[in-house]
Each structure stands twice: as structure tokens, then as C-alpha cells.
Design a protein around this ligand. Structure first.
Ligand code: SF4
Length: 337
């Protein structure tokens, strides 16, 4: 699609049902009727960044911070594997407490003991760290680009530049990671043209994974009084992402369930072309030891979607949980032309 077509489709509220149907047909053709179930371990909510939209930002004094030990992270990952999920997502704020050596050890222990793919979502790290994590056995890395508008990016992420982010994303791909990107829909000051640029980026980069989420104002951030992102607009972004990437793994993120707890993820599946759901799995750990304070609130009142709840979304959407690790469909030579 060219930029004009993307923008027109994004703004066509009356035509969104046809757009949703097209996205669902593309999803069915390229991803089938199965869905990928990925288990997320939120292992630290410390972060050195100060993103205006995020409750984990370093300037928020009202959050209870936690860090899991290496043993706790590995135990949780193994519990996810035992539950039959083929991917473990290790996610944290940007937290240098976890050194290259610590993280490599954690990754090695997980892949040595379980047949799971390890996805990292740790924010930006030095290239030598990224290479070492890859060598230790991590095969995927999720790094949302947040927005393709460089001015908006710089406003939302003080001290950071979009160009550096994109360079890091390209580096992840060069290192051999299955690479995921994603945006936030509804950021204060964001225009439809900005969203169209995000979709054009999905089209150009053809990411292995895409993670789209709504802006939801967090009460302890400078954006607390801003408006929440619009569900229908976000679903049009989902649908266009599916259409321009065809076979990317597109996640119905848990923030979508925060925006609409009853139907958000269901609509992402049946209307937005999603084929991935990523339940929060820290409760596995809680059942073993009740000592972890668990707060990973990028958005206010973020919903923690359990494995059972995720399976229920799939059941409603008529999808079976896919067996295996669910590697990139693009890595199997299914790039479209
Ligand atoms: S979005 Fe990520 S990098 Fe930014 S403040 Fe939140 S946890 Fe840190």
C-alpha cells in the first residue's frame, strides 16, 4: 500500500468492517487458524528511562519496585514450559542490575532445561550484550519503535532519539534475532499521519513480530490527564499491520485487554488479524513462593491476563493454541512479494 492508501484506510471509519474482514482473511491465509501462546515473565520493574507515558519511569516514586533473582526467573520459565507453552518472554524495564553475565546464565539455563524459545524484551543494551544473549540461546527480541514521528518520540522519551532506536532494531536483525517492533496508538499529539508512518514502517521492515498497544494514561505520570487511545482506531492499525505484513506474528497485547477487558483481545483476534497472545506468568512463581511484589504497570490498572484467560480468548475466537515454539513465519521463507 502507498502512504496515501494507508492514511485513507486508517481514517475510513465507515469502511472499517470491510477492512477488518480483509485483515481476517489475510490472517487466515498466512497464519492459519492457530494462535501462538507466549508466556511472559516480568522480572524487574526498575527502569533507567523516563518515558512520559510509562508507570515504570524512573521518576515515579509511587511504584513498588521488584527484581527477581536468576533462580526465580529460571523457575518461572520452566513452569511456563511445563504448562505447555513454547515461548518464554523475559521482559523488564531497562535495568543494568542484570549484567550480561547474569542474563546469559539465565538464558543458558532455560534453553538447556526446556524446549522453549526465549524472547527478550529488555530495552536497549550494548551491542556486545545483544550478541552475547543471542549466543547464549535467545532467538527473538522485541523492541517497540513506539512512534515513527521523531519529534513525538523525543517528546515522549526524554533524551532519546528515534534514529538511535531504529538503528538498534536494525542491529537486532543483523545479529540474527527474530525481531519485533511496535507502536503506541493514541499518544498525546499523535496524528493519523504518524500512525500511517508506523504502518509504512511495518510494511518496509517486515518485522517477524508486531506488538501494538493503546495509550492509556497512567495516574503517576505527567500524561495522567490526557485522553485514552481509541479502540476502533487502534483496531484499524492492527488490521492494516496485518494486511501490509501478511504473515508477521501480531500480538493481541495485554494493554488491549486493559482498554477493553471483556472484548479487547477478542476483537484484536477476529477483527485486527492478531494471532498471538502473551499471558502474564508471574503467578506461576507466586504459587511457589509468595514473596515477589508484582507490579508492572506501564498503564494504569493494566490487566494481568492469565494463561487460562488467554486460552478462553482463543476459544471465543475459534483458534487452537499452536503446538511448538512458534518461530517467525518469515524465517521459513514465506516473505511475500
Ligand atoms: S516504556 Fe520501557 S523503557 Fe520506557 S520507562 Fe517504561 S519500562 Fe522504561
Amino acid at each position: 500500500m502507498d502512504a496515501k492508501d494507508i492514511l485513507a484506510a486508517l481514517q475510513d471509519e465507515m469502511g472499517q468492517e470491510a477492512l477488518f474482514q480483509k485483515a481476517d482473511a489475510v490472517r487466515a491465509k498466512h497464519c492459519g487458524n492457530v494462535a501462538q501462546l507466549r508466556g511472559v515473565v516480568h522480572f524487574s520493574n526498575y527502569c533507567c528511562r523516563d518515558d512520559l507515558y510509562c508507570g515504570l519511569r524512573k521518576s515515579n516514586p509511587d511504584i513498588t519496585r521488584f527484581r527477581m533473582t536468576g533462580d526465580q526467573i529460571v523457575d518461572t520459565a520452566l513452569a511456563i514450559a511445563e504448562a505447555g507453552l513454547g515461548t518464554v518472554v523475559l521482559q523488564s524495564g531497562e535495568d543494568s542490575h542484570y549484567t550480561r553475565q547474569m542474563l546469559c546464565s539465565i538464558i543458558r539455563r532455560i534453553v538447556a532445561q526446556a524446549d522453549v524459545a526465549v524472547t527478550l524484551s529488555l530495552g536497549e543494551r550494548p551491542i556486545d550484550d545483544l550478541r552475547a544473549f543471542r549466543d547464549a540461546g535467545a532467538t527473538r527480541y522485541l523492541m517497540k519503535h513506539e512512534t515513527m514521528n521523531p519529534d513525538l518520540y523525543a517528546r515522549m522519551r526524554p533524551g532519546l532519539r528515534l534514529a538511535d532506536r531504529i538503528r538498534t532494531i536494525e542491529t537486532l536483525r543483523e545479529l540474527g534475532y527474530q525481531t519485533g517492533v511496535g507502536n503506541v496508538v493514541g499518544l498525546p499529539g499523535q496524528t493519523d499521519a504518524d500512525l500511517a508512518a508506523d504502518i509504512a514502517f511495518f510494511q518496509d521492515f517486515q518485522p517477524d513480530m508486531v506488538n501494538i498497544g493503546p495509550f492509556i494514561p497512567h495516574a503517576d505520570t505527567p500524561l495522567r490527564h490526557e485522553a485514552t487511545g481509541d479502540m476502533d482506531r487502534m483496531l484499524r492499525v492492527f488490521a492494516l499491520a496485518r494486511i501490509v505484513t501478511q504473515n508477521t506474528h501480531l500480538a493481541a497485547a495485554n494493554t488491549v485487554a486493559t482498554l477493553d477487558p471483556d472484548n479487547g483481545q477478542y476483537r484484536a483476534f477476529v477483527q485486527g488479524g492478531a494471532n498471538v497472545i502473551m499471558p502474564n506468568c508471574n503467578p506461576f512463581l507466586k504459587s511457589k513462593t509468595d514473596k515477589i511484589e508484582y507490579e508492572f504497570q506501564i498503564t494504569t490498572k493494566k490487566r494481568y491476563v492469565s494463561v487460562d484467560e488467554a486460552r478462553e480468548v482463543l476459544r471465543r475466537a475459534g483458534r487452537d493454541a499452536a503446538p511448538g515454539r512458534g518461530d517467525s513465519l518469515k524465517m521459513r521463507g514465506e516473505y511475500h512479494d
